[in-house]
Write a protein that binds this ligand. Structure first.
Ligand code: DAH
Length: 368
């Protein structure tokens, strides 16, 4: 919109002034009513309130400066009133969202359905992790975490997998490139289990420890129906004076009943892990057939679920380098580790591990 030139005033009586100011105010209101977006609001501001060339500056120059002294007061009052109006129009246009003109241009069809937002849901892995964590939190365990990119020392050596030991072959993983110049113990790899957090925790605090460690781990395992190169574990560690194998059995028996129902039975089978001695695999009575024997338990009535054992004295010796209170003559403890995917698959009857990572809403939607 082009502006009228500001006319020179020829009369200074009240009626003439009223008329002259009313004309300019009407012009300002008309201009403000067409403002639709930020740039037009800014143009309005410059045009009316700009310090050098704005219309108010021009009015002040033309009307006030040349007015006879007796008219100055009434001119000034009207000028200030006009300025208030223009500033009001501006802040209204700038602050109140869409202007009348913008709203008039927008067509809202209230018969259309609204935009629906899908409610998010806990991923079944997260849910299972949280469930396991809650069971142990109720027993007084705290929750710890550690890095997924781990050193050879924490992942292997301090867990009693010495360099070159064949036990390392069972947990192959990706290693970070170009570290040949570093000592082996400092080289970085993607952790193969959550067990290294046992050592990180013991190094950072004296006994007693009751700790649960949920986390993501990596293995050089080919993907199949039950294996994935990236999966989740929950680790547990309990260290105190006089912790015995009975404490381990009681704790895990309770945890399995809390997770799978009070009818579930547990049994412990001899096994091997470098960081526990003795070590055991825990089996639970088959939750599908109640122990009678079915396809899921390969007719044995039992399903193997996790590894555990009494903390090996060699592990305490590593911890004692930083925290002397982990003297294997004075403390004892147990540890355990379980695969979260495996537990979630059993709890929810899932037969393909890949479902967890595919991001398919038809799968995930079942857990809302
Ligand atoms: N770290 C073992 C693995 O990934 C699992 C495990 C077994 C953890 C026995 C433990 C344990 O703490 O005591 O295969």
């Amino acid at each position: 919109m082009t502006n009228q030139e500001i006319p020179n005033l020829t009369a200074f009586d009240d009626a003439a002034l009223d008329q002259a100011f009313a004309a300019v105010e009407a012009e300002a209101r008309a201009a403000a009513s067409t403002l639709t977006d930020e740039s037009s609001v800014e143009a309005f501001r410059l045009q009316w309130l700009g310090r050098k060339q704005g219309r108010l500056t021009e009015i002040s120059a033309r009307w006030l400066k040349s007015a006879p002294p007796e008219a100055k007061k009434s001119l000034g009052l009207r000028f200030n009133a006009l300025k208030d109006v223009v500033e009001g129009l501006l802040s209204q246009a700038a602050g109140s969202g869409p202007t009348d003109a913008a709203l008039a241009a927008e067509i809202i069809d209230i018969t259309l359905p609204g935009t629906r937002r899908l409610t998010g849901a806990e991923h079944p892995i997260t849910r299972t992790l949280n469930e396991i964590t809650r069971v142990f939190a109720a027993l007084g365990y705290s929750v710890g975490v550690g890095p997924e990119v781990e050193t050879d020392f924490y992942n292997f050596e301090s867990m009693n997998f010495p360099p070159g030991h064949p036990a390392r072959d069972t947990q192959d993983t990706l290693v970070v490139a170009n570290q040949e110049r570093r000592p082996l113990r400092d080289r970085l790899l993607l952790r193969t289990h959550t067990s290294p957090v046992q050592m990180r925790t013991m190094e950072s605090q004296p006994p007693p420890v009751r700790l649960i460690i949920p986390g993501k781990v990596h293995r050089n395992d080919a993907q199949d129906a039950t294996h994935s190169p990236i999966f989740h574990q929950v680790e547990g560690l309990c260290v105190d004076a006089n912790i015995t194998f009975s404490d381990l059995k009681g704790t895990l028996d309770h945890a399995m009943k809390a997770l799978f129902g009070s009818a579930v039975k547990t049994r412990f089978f001899p096994s091997f892990f470098p960081f526990t001695e003795p070590s055991a695999d825990v089996q639970i009575s088959c939750i599908f057939c109640g122990g009678k024997g079915c396809r899921k338990c390969k007719n044995s009535g039992w399903i193997e679920l996790l590894g555990c054992g009494m903390v090996d004295p060699a592990v305490f010796v590593f911890a004692a380098e930083k925290q002397p209170a982990y003297d294997p003559k004075k403390v004892s403890g147990f540890a355990f580790g379980m695969g979260v995917e495996r537990i979630a698959m059993m709890k929810y009857g899932i037969s393909e591990i890949g479902q967890f990572y595919a991001g398919d809403m038809r799968f995930l939607g079942q857990f809302v």
